[in-house]
Design a protein around this ligand. Structure first.
Ligand SMILES: NC(=O)c1ccc[n+]([C@@H]2O[C@H](COP(=O)([O-])OP(=O)(O)OC[C@H]3O[C@@H](n4cnc5c(N)ncnc54)[C@H](O)[C@@H]3O)[C@@H](O)[C@H]2O)c1
Length: 274
């Protein structure tokens, strides 16, 4: 059911790679809720052309941009304002990539070139996007910026290797920029800490399938899906949450605050089922 929560709002949505991507679902929901937006991704990620189908379905234009390039991000914000006819009301940062994870390199042996690349793509890119928008004055007052993160920023998940550190930086950038942009334009910046989700980035992590089931058995509500995440992002883009900023918001069915669940104890053979 749609509520017209984003009627008249203009946005930029990064990171829709295929129909499993969280950003893909956000685009579908934002469209249902009345928003108009530009889709963007790294030029290399568009080779498959899947994003064209999403653009058609949501009546949007695509502006390619590598999120590590200030020049390409400047072009993205310039073109988006031209295409959409004004300043931007919401931005989704849904970008994550670690070569160390891809190559299954364990945390104590991280390759530093890959580490630096991961920082640039997955965290510094949020600073670059916000800085470009800030200098261009490209966001409307009360605009909302959401970046997706993971609970490994607070607690150790060994398989998440350098992305744990990178997500901690991402969350810190959201707080720090949220302060400055909030003061100047009442722009809010938040991170959403999402459950494990079966996407290209998610399933690239060693042991993801087992961990997905583990998290599902811990969280009283179970894992939140990409579609659930999209619904939550839409509320954060809407005016209903206009005083929420500089927060890391857990969207994980209760996983992050559950110490242990009966189901996990049973599965581990520590207690018997009832
Ligand atoms: N899948 C999960 O389990 C999970 C859980 C919590 C948070 N997240 C976060 O959600 C976000 C979206 O990931 P997803 O799970 O939808 O996977 P995904 O693989 O569908 O999306 C990642 C996107 O990042 C884009 N990207 C990579 N390098 C880029 C660059 N240089 N410039 C621009 N875009 C670039 C990719 O093309 C892709 O579209 C990421 O930040 C991820 O860390 C995912």
């Amino acid at each position: 059911m749609a509520y017209n929560l984003l009627k008249g709002k203009r946005g930029i949505i990064t990171g829709a790679l295929d129909s499993n991507s969280i950003a893909w679902k956000v685009a579908e929901k934002a469209h249902e809720e009345g928003a108009t937006f530009v889709l963007t991704n790294a030029p290399i990620a568009m080779r498959m052309g899947e994003i064209n189908g999403l653009a058609e379905k949501t009546n949007s234009k695509i502006v390619p941009a590598d999120a590590t390039s200030v020049e390409e991000l400047t072009n993205l914000f310039t073109q988006s304002q031209e295409i959409l006819g004004g300043k931007i009301d919401f931005v989704l940062h849904s970008i994550g990539m670690s070569v160390n994870i891809r190559k299954k390199i364990a945390y104590p042996e991280l390759n530093y070139d890959y580490y630096a690349k991961g920082v640039d793509v997955s965290a510094m890119s949020l600073h670059k996007m916000l800085s470009v928008a800030y200098k261009m004055d490209a966001l409307n007052d009360h605009a909302s910026v959401v970046a997706l993160t993971y609970a490994a920023a607070q607690r150790t998940f060994p398989f998440y290797t350098d992305m744990a550190d990178i997500k901690a930086l991402l969350e810190s950038i959201a707080r720090s920029f949220g302060y400055h942009y909030g003061l100047r334009n009442k722009v809010r910046v938040n991170t959403v800490s999402q459950s494990p989700t079966k996407t290209t980035a998610g399933t690239g992590i060693k042991g993801f399938g087992d961990f997905f089931d583990y998290a599902d058995a811990i969280a009283p509500l179970g894992n939140a899906t990409a579609e659930d995440c999209a619904n939550y992002c839409v509320t954060l883009f809407s005016d209903l949450t206009k005083m929420v900023t500089m927060q890391n918001l857990f969207h994980d069915g209760g996983y992050s605050t559950t110490g242990v669940s009966d189901l996990i104890m049973q599965k581990a053979g520590i207690t018997e089922g009832e």
